[in-house]
Design a binder for this molecule. Structure first.
Ligand SMILES: [Zn+2]
Length: 395
């Protein structure tokens, strides 16, 4: 590629991009809702262009991933990927209607405009030009569901891609990075701990098993386990070490009843070279070998149970790799960085697809009321896709 299009703000949205973004924003795809209407709109759009899509449903068939490819058959090529679900607007005060496109002063407002329907709109808008080009390699499109609730939808999509005869070599996930190329983020494990005690009148507290107090000892252990994690630092991440924190707790009925049940949710966000299970096993060992025997001497049914809520692996792609250098050229930004939020990238990477993150808008606006993406950022994303298209013709 000799002449990458330079990043320049586009003052207005093209009609087609406006139409596509408005269509995507008009579907309320909050993760608890079905995304099928949106997925069917994308499928119909591709269908009109003569591009077949494959839908990969959840077991209840209420949600689906969409996978499509164009260009020549065979291994390799580039995958453009994004999630179709958005976070709730509950309890947020919006000055614009969240589920429709509102343009105001160079900004496009709406839930998901930054995270990450703006990117998907740019991709769809570019599809006809990719289709009309003599691509030397395939272009893959992969749109998932339930990313915002723990990357729950994308494994089915990855299984589908892996069982297909042709595999993409590279993947760009268009999460909002202000069009800065991103090579890494931490992994995350979210866990729930259920403590089952034994209730009795609080006047006879020693005859009961106090679930809240045992939960408190486990949470104290978590705080202790977080300390040594601070010693293992990697300055590429912020904060530069793995963290553990408890985010939610519930338990107890009344002050004069020894609580029978308490549960709390905690998470560990860990560096790429950290053994997350080593830390979790220490907590489980403490529960099983120290707390549980003491609980069961009072009542045999008492116990501690852990369940995993969600997890995604870390992402760490070599910023010196050829793919990373190409993405720098396509995006017009050589400032490679990491991000604090997670993506589906670690899962694609585990599946053998080299993955980087780069997309329009900023997570400063994501998940917040009056979420927006600027027309300038959408323009830069369109420029990146145009540079990618040129590269896929000439490479
Ligand atoms: Zn996102």
């Amino acid at each position: 590629m000799n002449n990458p299009t330079t990043s320049q703000a586009r003052p207005t949205l093209s009609e087609e991009l406006r139409h596509l973004l408005a269509m995507l924003l008009a579907h309320d795809t909050t993760s608890r809702e079905s995304n099928l209407a949106l997925i069917e709109s994308i499928r119909d759009y591709l269908d009109q262009l003569g591009i077949p899509s494959e839908l990969i449903f959840n077991p209840e068939r209420t949600k689906a991933n969409l996978y499509a490819r164009l260009g020549p058959a065979g291994d390799g090529g580039v995958m453009l990927s994004g999630h179709t679900d958005v976070v709730p607007v509950d309890g947020q005060s919006w000055s614009y209607p969240p589920f429709q496109l509102t343009e105001d002063e160079g900004r496009c407002y709406g839930r998901g405009s930054a995270d990450m329907k703006g990117f998907i709109a740019c991709v769809l808008e570019a599809v006809p030009r990719f289709q009309q080009s003599a691509l030397t390699m395939p272009l893959h499109l992969a749109f998932s569901y339930d990313e915002e609730v723990g990357c729950l939808g994308v494994p089915g999509l990855i299984d589908h891609i892996q069982s297909s005869p042709d595999h993409p070599a590279m993947c760009i996930i268009g999460e909002p990075t202000s069009m800065q190329p991103v090579y890494g983020h931490k992994g995350k494990v979210g866990m729930r701990c259920k403590v089952k005690g034994h209730a009795c009148h609080s006047a006879y507290a020693p005859e009961g098993v106090n679930a809240i107090e045992y939960a408190a000892r486990l949470i104290g252990k978590l705080t202790d386990l977080a300390e040594p994690l601070k010693q293992q630092q990697d300055r590429r991440f912020d904060p530069p070490y793995s963290t553990l924190q408890t985010g939610k707790i519930q338990g107890g009925v009344a002050l004069n009843i020894v609580p029978e049940a308490c549960q709390f949710d905690f998470e560990m966000r860990y560096l790429p070279d950290t053994d997350v299970n080593a830390t979790l096993d220490k907590l489980k060992d403490f529960a099983a070998s120290t707390l549980q025997p003491a609980m069961q001497t009072v009542h045999p049914d008492a116990g501690i149970h852990f369940e995993m809520l969600a997890s995604y692996p870390p992402l760490l792609t070599d910023p010196q790799s050829r793919f990373a250098q190409w993405l720098s050229e396509w995006s017009g930004s050589h400032d490679f960085t990491t991000v604090a939020f997670g993506t589906e990238g670690g899962l694609f990477d585990q599946a053998g697809v080299a993955t980087l993150v780069c997309g329009p808008g900023s997570m400063d606006q994501g998940h917040k009321p009056d979420e927006f993406v600027t027309i300038g950022q959408l323009g830069r994303c369109c420029d990146m896709l145009e540079n990618l298209r040129n590269w896929m013709v000439s490479h």
